[in-house]
Design a protein around this ligand. Structure first.
Ligand SMILES: Nc1ncnc2c1ncn2[C@@H]1O[C@H](COP(=O)(O)OP(=O)(O)O)[C@@H](O)[C@H]1O
Ligand SMILES: CC(C)(COP(=O)(O)O)[C@@H](O)C(=O)NCCC(=O)O
Ligand SMILES: [K+]
Length: 231
């Protein structure tokens, strides 16, 4: 039994992994992991490194091996297109590997709607084509609010894809439009057989993309991590 951690810039997500089965933990703390006996911890971290050390202590798991995953030039037949492959965010690399584990020989878009929204393209011969990094739903709003004199709203999670008639609604709904628009622009530029959607804002975005071949999967990064665990 393994503990898998995805440490993003907003939150840490945790999964219990055993015999090919993934169980997402809704909370990560001493109590929530108390019933489990882990062999090792596998970590994907795009946040600050100190966060990993902190977690080792707060979870009382300093006695276990902690394996930190890194983006590679190639693995499991998947080829990373970055000129400096280790610079590709490890969450992106693992989501690509996770999508590849579900669907090979298809052209894929892999969208991770987290703090930032990332889009990566993987072609049917497992070649990563590159991608985009776009401010996420909250950052879109903060960018406008922090850099203008008269947009005095607060970031808000209750977006709808409708027109706003006050500042608050214009900012929050505009942020949703920006992300839907980015995914649609990606699709127009380079359409694929499937668009995998993962990350905190993926269920919301999926509602507005039902005409595209979207497949929601909260586990993509964890599926990628699991490929590194020899069974
Ligand atoms: N419980 C939650 N805490 C924080 N963000 C949440 C939560 N539930 C949904 N979200 C949404 O998820 C987004 C962050 O997604 P997530 O995949 O956790 O990001 P990251 O991987 O960058 O930490 C936020 O923009 C927010 O809108
Ligand atoms: C783009 C990211 C900030 C996304 O992180 P997240 O929103 O999931 O917290 C992360 O993948 C990262 O730090 N990447 C390194 C730069 C790159 O991928 O080119
Ligand atoms: K992420």
């Amino acid at each position: 039994m393994y503990l898998l951690l995805d440490i993003g810039n907003s939150r840490t997500k945790a999964v219990i992994y055993e015999n090919g089965k993934f169980t997402l933990l809704s909370d990560l703390n001493l109590q929530s992991i108390a019933p489990y006996r882990f062999i090792a911890v596998y970590v994907a971290c795009v946040g600050f490194d100190e966060h990993v050390e902190q977690l080792q202590h707060t979870l009382g798991l300093t006695h276990l091996p902690w394996y930190r995953l890194v983006s590679q030039t190639a693995a499991f037949g998947v080829v990373n297109r970055y000129a400096t492959p280790e610079r590709l965010g490890v969450d992106r690399w693992l989501a690509i590997l996770g999508a590849d584990s579900l669907l090979q020989t298809k052209n894929l878009m892999i969208v991770d709607a987290g703090t930032a929204l990332t889009i990566d393209w993987l072609d049917k011969s497992q070649q990563h084509q590159g991608g985009w990094i776009i401010p996420g739903l909250r950052l879109q709003q903060e960018a406008v609010i922090k850099n203008t004199a008269r947009v005095g709203s607060t970031p808000d999670d209750s977006q709808e894809l409708i027109l706003g008639v006050n500042t608050q609604d214009c900012v929050k709904n505009g942020a949703l439009a920006a992300l839907c628009g980015a995914i649609r622009a990606g699709w127009q530029l380079k359409p694929t057989d499937v668009i995998f959607l993962t990350g905190g804002d993926s269920p919301k975005l999926a509602q507005y993309l039902s005409d595209l071949p979207v497949q929601l999967d909260p586990l993509l990064i964890f599926r990628g991590i699991a490929r590194y665990i020899a069974t």
